[in-house]
Structure formats: C-alpha cells, structure tokens
Design a protein around this ligand. Structure first.
Ligand code: ADP
Ligand code: ASP
Ligand code: MG
Length: 415
C-alpha cells in the first residue's frame, strides 16, 4: 500500500464528464489499496474568467481582494470531485487551504508556502476517506486567503506530498509528460523519460508551464518522487529525478520560451558599489520575476542596467525602478517590448563547450538578431524580437538533434 498524491490540472477537470473521469481514476487507485490525496485546480478557463471580471472593474485590483476572488475557482472543483467520488461508493472529504492550514507569507498572487499541518488529512486517510485538497491557495498569519501564482496547484500538490511523506506525487495534465519543447507548438518534440530537478527548474522558470517552478524546488528539497503524466491515458510519463551521470552525454535536454516579456533599461546610473543593489532590491523584495540582467561597463562614472520582466509585472517593476533610479540620480528608465526569451537547457551545457556557439550560429543562419544573452551553468537564454520566436524555437530544436523524426523537417507550428 502506498500513499499517493494525485494532482489534476484545469483541463483535466474542465467539465462534469472530465470530473467523472478523474473520479474513476482516483477510485481505481483507492481500490488497489492505496491511500489517495487529490489536489485539483479550478476548471479550465475559470481563473482567467475571474481575473477578467476584476479587470472590468479596475486595471489594478486590490491584491488581497483579487486573491479572495480567484481562489474561489478551486472551491468549486474540489466539491464537485468529492461528490463524484462519493457517487462511486467511496468516502471523500474536500479541504480548502485554511482547513489544512496551508500557511503562506502575505505576498498576494505569488505567495510562498511556509508550512502545512498534515494532521487533518492523515485523520481522514485513517478513516479510509479520500482527501481532496484545493490547489493554488493558502492562508497567511492574519487569516487572509493568498494564492501561489498561476499554475500554483502543482506546488500545493508537491508540498502536500512532502508534508505527508507520500510515496509519489503524480501530476496529471493534458500532455503525456515533459517534452524536449512544448508539444503543442512542435509536433516533433520528444517525450523525456526522466529529467533532472535542476533541468526542470530551469525549464519551468524559463516558460515551460508544464510544472510550476516552486513545485520542482519542493520536490528536490524534500526528495518527493514526481511523475508528470496524462490524465487521458495510462501511459508512463516523465519522472523528475536527481541528476544522473549519463544525462551529461546530451548537449541539451530541451528548448523553452517565454513570450510577453518586457525589457527595462535604467540609463546613466552614477557608479557606486551599492548602486546595483539599491536598484534591484525593491524588485526582488516585491517578488518580481526579473531575469536576463546586463550591466554595462562604467563610462565616466555612469553605467546602464537592463533586465527583463514578465509583461504583467512590468508596470509594477517600472514604478519601483523609477523610484530607485530617481533616488540614485540616474538619467531615466525606458521600457521596450514585448520581447521573447528563448532558452536551451541541459546539464550537458557544462561539458559541451560548443553549445553556446551552436546557438549563436543557428540564430545567425536564420538572421535573428540577439538583443541580450544570459548564461547559467545549465542554460543559455537569448532575448529576441517576438516575431522571430517560432523560427528560433524550431531551428534550435532541430540544430540540437531533439526532433523525434531524425533528419526530418521540424514542422513546428506558430508559437
Ligand atoms: P494543467 O492545467 O494540467 O496544469 P498546464 O497548461 O499548466 O496544465 O501545463 C501543461 C502545458 O504545458 C501543455 O499543454 C503544454 O502546452 C505546456 N508545455 C510547455 N512546455 C512544455 C514541455 N517542455 N513539455 C510538456 N508540456 C509543455
Ligand atoms: N487555477 C490556477 C491557475 O489557473 C492554478 C492552477 O491551475 O494550477 O493558474
Ligand atoms: Mg499547470
């Protein structure tokens, strides 16, 4: 007998028929003798619909009220799923975040989980009940409802699995696993049997939304076995695992992209040892996702700083950086975009020193100008014009030999 946490995303609970199909799978697992905890997202499109409602009232909704609103999506799906399970003759109990004390900080819309009290779930499992937990939401120390960021139900699932010392956390979604690039964009993308935590962290942080980044960080930190698979088949999916030696033999594991990034530039910053810290600290403090940062060499005591940020965080980022730039006496702040970030990821980048050259050569051959570059040990990202995104993903996927049809046309669709 194992303790299994199963997480179902929005498309897997999109309507009553799909909720019934999820209930069938959950009940089947339970009938095999396992203890089952299910984490669910809101029904497909519901979170977007709620956000749009708020946007019809104001461009900048109060952050607490927005979380109070969007967290309702998951309340609907847990109750419906619990009913569907009971309908099949099994006992179920649904839980909102405050009922299992999923404690978070107070960073509304991007809160981090601090602790989970597993006792109420364990009590229900002891009664042979199936626990159904709302994904995406938490509660802060003042009792406010918080949310974990878009796609955050994955993180709820892995955190719950860690708190329960579960044997496995299965992430059921609308694709068969983690692929070399988004399979909905590139039909020749290949499913990976295994991927290392660090590679998955990079893919997730660079735009592959198949897993929420913090879910991977939790899985790595707490050693939770993580299996990404399809809710529409029984096919084995992709295991996210500690790094294995042979993983380095491939130069890269995947290509990923993020659209809708903005490039912010702070011009003419007086060069002091504390200037970069003073500029960046307020952005980091607000939990904004800054990336690809380039600081120019100091000329006559002044430098420029450029970085990217997701478009929906750009307004807040610009306000914060303008304030900091003003205080430092910088010349000004400019924002440009939207731009796209295309990244190649793989532990093999460490050993295959020719990988960066291949990226630059491939983009040059396609006549795609590179605006900014960022390296880490296992990833290389370039910022390019959004119009070139499809060509770049396609060409890089092919250049690194990732296509399933070796030698054939990549055949990627428009991103
Ligand atoms: P869910 O609603 O189940 O949480 P998501 O939409 O959040 O599902 O994530 C699944 C989607 O992630 C897929 O439909 C796919 O388009 C996208 N995706 C992006 N990159 C990848 C990748 N490398 N491998 C698999 N899926 C990817
Ligand atoms: N419902 C939330 C969202 O749409 C959380 C999730 O799906 O994981 O982002
Ligand atoms: Mg998701």
């Amino acid at each position: 007998m194992a303790l299994i946490v199963q997480k179902y995303g929005g498309t897997s609970v999109a309507d009553v028929a799909r909720i019934n199909a999820v209930a069938d799978r959950v009940v089947k697992t339970h009938e095999q003798g396992h203890e089952v905890v299910v984490v669910v997202s809101a029904m497909a499109g519901e979170t977007d619909r709620l956000i749009q409602l708020a946007k019809q009232i104001t461009d900048r909704p109060n952050e607490r009220e927005l979380d109070q609103l969007v967290a309702t999506g998951e309340q609907v799906s847990i109750a419906l799923l619990a009913m569907a399970i009971e309908q099949r003759g099994h006992q179920a109990r649904s839980f909102l975040a405050h009922q299992v004390r999923i404690r978070t900080d107070s960073n509304f819309s991007r809160a981090s989980i601090l602790s989970i009290d597993a006792s109420s779930i364990l009590d229900r499992l002891g009664e042979r009940k199936i626990a159904v937990v709302a994904g995406f939401q938490g509660i802060d120390d003042e009792g406010n409802i918080t949310t974990l960021g878009r796609g955050g139900s994955d993180t709820t699932a892995v955190a719950v699995a860690a708190a329960l010392h579960a044997d496995v956390c299965e992430i059921y979604t609308d694709v068969n696993g983690v692929y070399t690039t988004d399979p909905n964009v590139c039909p020749t993308a290949r499913k990976l049997k295994r991927i290392s935590h660090d590679e998955m962290l990079e893919l997730a942080s660079l735009g592959a939304k198949v897993l929420h980044i913090r879910s991977v960080a939790f899985a790595k930190k707490f050693g939770v076995p993580l299996h990404v698979r399809s809710s529409f088949s029984d096919e084995e999916g992709t295991w996210v695992v500690p790094e294995e030696k042979e993983m380095e033999s491939a130069p890269i594991t995947g290509v990923t992209y993020a659209k809708n990034e903005m490039r912010l530039r702070v011009l003419g910053v007086p060069d002091t040892p504390t200037a970069t810290r003073d500029l960046v600290a307020p952005l980091a403090g607000a939990g904004l996702h800054i990336d690809v940062m380039v600081q120019s060499a100091s000329v006559d005591g002044f430098f420029d700083l450029a970085f990217t940020v997701p478009k929906d965080e750009a307004l807040q980022a610009r306000e914060l950086i303008e304030h900091a730039a003003d205080e430092l006496g910088a010349v000004g702040v400019e924002s440009e975009g939207p731009v796209a970030k295309v990244s190649v990821v793989g532990v093999g980048i460490r050993t295959h020193t020719q990988a960066p050259g291949k990226v630059f050569e491939t983009l040059a051959r396609e006549n795609i100008p590179i605006q900014m570059i960022a390296f880490s040990e296992i990833r290389l990202s370039v910022i390019i014009d959004e119009n070139h995104l499809n060509t770049a993903v396609n060409a890089l996927h092919q250049a690194f030999g990732l296509d399933s049809s070796a030698g054939g046309e990549a055949g990627c669709e428009t991103v």
